[in-house]
Design a protein around this ligand. Structure first.
Ligand SMILES: Nc1ncnc2c1ncn2[C@@H]1O[C@H](COP(=O)(O)OP(=O)(O)OP(=O)(O)O)[C@@H](O)[C@H]1O
Length: 335
């Protein structure tokens, strides 16, 4: 049995932020006698990650995702709990630790902005003592999916966002790290670059066994890359499981939509009342039932619907991960 390579136990982080007092007098007071309040970004999360896993770390804006990634990557020191990755304490042993991990931030580059991409990669080759043969082999592999060669001579500051993220991925993975943390790697990218990056991450996870932990707001990333989803909200873990379990645990939100210009809402509601399903009129002869496929058998619902009204067209849609997450966030906010 594989033992975990990431251990987070009651891991938390607060920030001290200066209070702002109103008016000119307040501004002067802030300057002379600053007062602080404490903001809890991550309130104590516990999880473990096995080698070779690909984990999506999801949550609404401000949930604490980036803060967690920064603590895992050794950039931020936790204010609570414990974290160990690959046997290292990331912040305390940062210098030795960074040789074993890769970090990619979609929103900012880790390349030297004035250097041509190849010069940055050559510098990293020296930092990580990568033999020339291996360096060339890795470049060739990256080039296959990321189409890197075309970018090598360009300084990072002149790259488009999509080109820059591709170069950043190459830089973060050059030393063949065992774990890679990615904070919104596909943010702002067009569909074709996104597809390329997803393919690349899938390959390094499947073929090289690289462990991935990525934050994203793009559920396409989750479907394409991750076998496990962790959801954080207001600094707390509210879900940890497979994308399939995320859907089945929260199966509500499945939809049956019909086109029935002559169908009566009352007839439909009467026919499906025993199942506890009610219908909404969406206009133009379209009628929709939102139901929970764990409780209601879809074939039975369809049969009752077809016997109640004349149906011209029928469409079934499973709850998407997006629907499910929305419900999860709503539920967590009302707890
Ligand atoms: N340097 C900082 N100083 C003060 N507060 C901060 C700092 N960084 C983050 N926070 C606060 O901590 C909380 C969590 O922020 P974090 O960036 O980790 O969330 P996130 O889930 O990554 O959000 P997003 O999806 O918007 O990127 C937020 O309330 C944020 O305002």
């Amino acid at each position: 049995m594989n033992s975990p390579i990431i251990h987070a136990s009651d891991l938390g982080r607060t920030y001290r932020v200066p209070k702002k007092r109103p008016g000119l007098h307040g501004a002067l007071q802030d300057l002379l006698h600053p007062e602080y309040r404490t903001v809890e970004a991550v309130g104590g999360v516990s999880f473990e990650v096995l080698p070779g896993e690909s984990v999506a770390y999801l949550g609404p804006n401000g949930a604490g995702k980036s803060t967690t990634v920064k603590m895992l990557a050794g950039i931020l020191k936790p204010t609570q709990g414990k974290v160990r990755v690959l046997g290292f304490s990331p912040h305390a042993e940062r210098q030795a630790y960074v040789r074993h991990i890769g970090v990619v931030f979609g929103q900012r580059t880790t390349l030297w902005t004035d250097l041509a991409v190849i010069e940055s990669l050559r510098l990293l080759q020296r930092v990580y003592h990568i033999p020339e043969r291996l360096f060339q082999a890795r470049l060739a592999m990256f080039d296959e999916v990321l189409d890197l060669r075309a970018l090598l001579a360009t300084p990072a500051r002149k790259l488009s966002l999509g080109q820059r993220v591709r170069a950043d991925l190459a830089a973060a993975l050059l030393h063949d790290p065992r774990v890679v943390f990615l904070d919104e790697p596909t943010i702002g990218l067009d569909v074709s670059v996104k597809a390329r990056i997803r393919e690349f991450l899938r390959r390094i996870n499947r073929e090289l066994g690289t462990t991935l932990l990525l934050t994203t707001h793009d559920l396409g990333d989750v479907e394409a890359i991750s076998g496990r989803v962790m959801v954080i909200d207001r600094g707390r873990l509210i879900f940890d499981g497979t994308p399939g379990r995320l859907r089945s645990d929260l199966g509500r939100g499945d939809r049956l939509r019909i086109v029935s210009p002559h169908g009566q809402l009352d007839d439909l509601n009467r026919a499906t009342a025993a199942l506890g399903v009610s219908w909404a009129d969406e206009g133009n002869g379209r009628l929709c039932a939102v139901y929970d496929a764990r409780r209601v058998r879809t074939p039975e619902l369809v049969a009752l619907t077809l016997s109640a009204v004349p149906v011209e067209d029928l469409e079934l849609r499973e709850a998407s991960i997006e629907d499910v997450l929305r419900e999860l966030y709503d539920r967590s906010r009302h707890d």
